[in-house]
Design a protein around this ligand. Sequence first.
Ligand code: ADP
Ligand code: MG
Length: 224
Amino acid sequence: MNIEAKELSKIYGQGESRVTALDRASLTIVPGDFISIMGPSGSGKSTLLHLLSGLDRPTGGRLTYDGKDIYGLSDRELSAFRRRRIGFIFQQFRLLPVLTARENLILPLLLDKKQPDEAYVQELAGLLGIENRLTHLPHELSGGQQQRVAIARALIARPDVIFADEPTGNLDSRSGGEVMELLKTVGKELGKALVVITHDSRIAAMAERRLSIVDGVLSEVKAG
Ligand code: ADP
Ligand code: MG
């Protein structure tokens, strides 16, 4: 799936409280891409990721998935599209505390009234090293394990692209490094495009394409 963002902007507020969180960002994402986007706190990273993934709508610009204008969809159509085609990983994991790891993992399918493919659940759990943790509740898991469950959840509906917003931001550097390696490996293994936001230069350097964002302005980082 080819994703094309053209001059996406997001302006919050009006008058004196007006903030340009994102200023005409353009970006093309093709299958198999591994892109990192780095920038300081408040630079517009989350805003960009929310717009690219249809979690939010821009105040200007266009976004197409294989030529289809995503913001032309109703909210209901857009959430269905997101559930089926887009995986999202949050810094805070966002697992439901009363559900087991397995229940959290398959939740996107249940919301779509689909039955999980047991072989795929096991494959993902194996790839992410959580096969012995599936009956546990989130609070019985380490941060790294919780994030691995969240990665499996992002992959369960077989989306084309995964967006991750500071996926290692709540982890110590060792488990953060492990989680990023896994995310990269699993993304390659399953042929997903991966877009990772980070403020950690070591994590940004793992990507094949690097972008940076400063004061809402997105630019490509040249290799070298
Ligand atoms: P980052 O993820 O890089 O830390 P964000 O994308 O969250 O940055 O925020 C970019 C800018 O937009 C910041 O100045 C932030 O305060 C502002 N902002 C984000 N969300 C809102 C909102 N809902 N209302 C007003 N301003 C916002
Ligand atoms: Mg953010």
